[in-house]
Design a protein around this ligand. Structure first.
Ligand code: DSN
Length: 409
């Protein structure tokens, strides 16, 4: 058997180029991280060979003696890390985890109340383009347009009127804390299941730096590749009484065989998350986000939600004369990778926001002074988005920060 250099030099070259791109750019995409090398090794390992269906000890194929131990380790470690009664580590990603949660206890057409996408929600929270909205009857709650914070009174009123069978909390673009206790009380008051999608903030929750939803929610889903710093994949945590329903909804309900290599990554990150280095990275992630928000606010940027309690800073760039897309493109041209985002005031198809996340820069150890420098560079680029000479200079500044803080030494 040959290696990649022999079999596909074209793909090898692209992988090497991607590695260069990662080293030479500052990644501020809130849903990305630079994962440990150990996890990259596991994901490219012989574990990819194995077809598994079912659960440890109850498989549909032979030869599972080692992969059963791996999956049990992942389950036990995730349960211990988050203090959960049950964990399913097979979801391919957050979207498939969410589908499985819905189908575990809902029937087609059941009512679900979730957050509006432009107010922070996620496609799988019933967006019209997602199969979730074709399967269930969604209504959406919004943030207060003044404060851009969740309006719990309005949420309670909406729940009372709509009488959903499930309420979903959690967001892709909401930088403030969510009051899970309040959500849980509202869900209980209308006899609804309470489901939290903590995909973005799982690493911060694992490090116990922000409140956990696990105590309050019937179901919690998350991805392992964002702040959690593991490989690609999803996890569902739930109360014991839903364990069977969740397991059946994952397999055979919504997935067939899953990737043991990714389950190994989940096991490893759940182990590393108990160690001081992981906790320090998460702490740094939060302080860097606050620094970024403060420095951009001082330069006259409107920070959506008035600030950040997490890894996310969402900036309304329209006051500076750009759309989110123009800001994203300008920053990409100098080596800062971000993404445009809808913000609560957006009603059309133009996104006014730029979403920044500080997970990846914290993993590569970027210090506070440099975070301030990055905020200055973002501002200078946006203010000079048509000035190629200025942009060229900023690109060199970014490259020099990247060289000082390599991702993989
Ligand atoms: N939901 C997308 C994001 O937040 O960027 C992918 O995880």
């Amino acid at each position: 058997m040959n290696n990649i250099k022999h079999d596909d030099p074209q793909i090898l070259a692209l992988i090497l180029q991607e590695a260069e791109r990662i080293e030479n750019t500052i990644d501020l995409v809130a849903s990305e991280t630079h994962m440990p090398k150990s996890i990259l090794e596991e994901m490219g390992s012989v574990l990819n060979h194995k077809t598994i269906e079912g659960y440890p000890g109850k498989r549909y194929h032979a030869g599972c003696e080692h992969v059963d131990v791996i999956e049990n380790l992942a389950i036990d470690r995730m349960k211990e890390l988050f203090g959960a009664e049950h964990a399913n580590v097979q979801p391919h990603t957050g979207s498939s985890a969410n589908f499985a949660v819905y189908f575990s206890v809902l029937d087609i057409g059941d009512k679900v109340l979730a957050m509006e996408l432009s107010h922070g929600g996620h496609l799988t929270h019933g967006h019209f383009a997602s199969m979730t909205s074709k399967s269930f009857s969604f209504q959406h709650y919004e943030v207060d347009l003044e404060t851009e914070l969740i309006d719990y009174e309005a949420l309670a009123k909406k729940a009372e009127e709509f009488k959903p069978k499930m309420i979903v909390a959690g967001a892709s673009s909401y930088p403030r804390l969510i009051d899970y206790e309040k959500f849980s009380k509202i869900a209980k008051s209308v006899d609804a299941y309470f489901f939290v999608d903590m995909a973005h903030i799982a690493g911060l929750v694992a490090a116990k730096l922000i409140p956990s939803p696990v105590e309050y929610a019937d179901f919690v889903s998350f991805t392992t590749f964002k702040t959690m710093m593991g490989g690609r994949g999803g996890v569902i945590l739930c109360k014991k009484e839903y364990a069977d329903a969740v397991d059946k909804a994952v397999f055979p309900g919504t997935q067939g065989t899953t990737a043991v290599s990714n389950i190994a990554g989940k096991a490893t990150i759940a182990k590393l998350a108990q160690e001081s280095n992981f906790i320090e990275v998460q702490r740094k992630t939060m302080t860097s986000a606050k620094l970024l928000a403060k420095n951009l606010a001082e330069k006259g940027y409107r920070i959506v939600g008035g600030g950040t309690d997490t890894h996310q800073v969402v900036v309304d760039v329209t006051a500076k004369g750009l759309s989110g897309s123009q800001a994203e493109n300008t920053l990409e041209s100098i080596g800062i990778i971000t993404n445009r985002n809808y913000i609560p005031k957006d009603t059309g198809r133009r996104a006014s926001g730029l979403r920044l996340g500080t997970g990846p820069i914290s993993v590569r150890g970027i210090e506070d002074d440099y975070v301030v420098q990055i905020a200055n560079i973002i501002d200078k680029a946006i203010m000079n988005y048509e000035n190629e000479e200025v942009l060229d200079g900023l690109k060199k500044d970014i490259l020099s920060i990247c060289k000082e803080f390599p991702v993989y030494k």
